[in-house]
Write a protein of this length. Structure first.
Length: 228
């Protein structure tokens, strides 16, 4: 797996050195001296054209890192969490990465992507600024199977919806699961039918909705602290 960009690459080098296979450098001084010495035997210097080719034209900022394939969490591991964020049909890797980053920073313990068969994991690692390397993550196609399994483990199922109860007025169960739907369609009807409660973000001004990653950050923050 190739990741690129200074922030995510340095995060991987500093916090997940055991995963690093090769470090590709195309810009002088991009590596801090301690990391340069630590990974000296794994560094390959590249011309700009080859760095552009390896990053498929992306903004590599002079550094690319080849890391081990990211292991997926198992459903059994996910169910041991107390706070799970579930993505229902989200496919945009920028939004998914931003949600993973917020989830990791704000106290959620696992993220599950449903309604998809595969995702571009290197892109999500980049857009999450490396948080995906630390956050238990699972791709599970059928959301109903996931909700059923979690319900059997006493999770209370919450979902983000415009007609939900305002999040600031709520307290949440110790074992809680938050479903975030796609920006276009929201939560699927089959998943809505399984929810215990819908939750919303009260707007100060008339507006349709927030970006899904911004909404997720607000809800995750509230659900991380307002636990009954």
């Amino acid at each position: 797996m190739i990741i690129y960009g200074k922030q995510v690459s340095l995060y991987a080098l500093e916090h997940h050195s055991q995963m690093v296979q090769r470090v590709y450098v195309a810009k002088k001084g991009v590596l801090p001296q301690p990391l340069f010495h630590q990974f000296h035997d794994k560094i390959t210097f590249l011309e700009e054209k080859w760095a552009q080719s390896m990053s498929k034209g992306g903004n590599h900022q002079g550094i690319l890192v080849e890391i081990d394939t990211l292991p997926m969490a198992t459903l059994s591991e996910i169910k041991q969490s107390n706070f799970i964020v579930v993505l229902d049909g989200l496919t945009d890797v920028g939004n998914i990465g931003a949600i993973v980053r917020s989830a990791y920073a704000l106290g959620a313990e696992a993220v599950v992507a449903t309604g998809v068969k595969q995702l571009n994991l290197p892109a999500i690692v980049r857009s999450s600024s490396g948080a995906l390397l630390d956050m238990p993550f699972l791709i599970m196609h059928n959301i109903l199977d996931l909700l059923h399994e979690c319900k059997q483990k006493d999770f209370v199922l919450y979902g983000a919806a415009m007609d939900g109860e305002p999040v600031q007025d709520m307290t949440f169960a110790p074992k809680r699961l938050l479903v975030m739907g796609s920006e276009g369609k929201g939560i699927s009807k089959k998943a809505l039918a399984k929810l215990d409660q819908k939750v919303s973000i009260e707007m100060k001004h008339a507006f349709d909705s927030l970006n899904v990653s911004a909404a997720a950050a607000i809800l995750i923050h509230r659900m991380g602290y307002a636990v009954r």
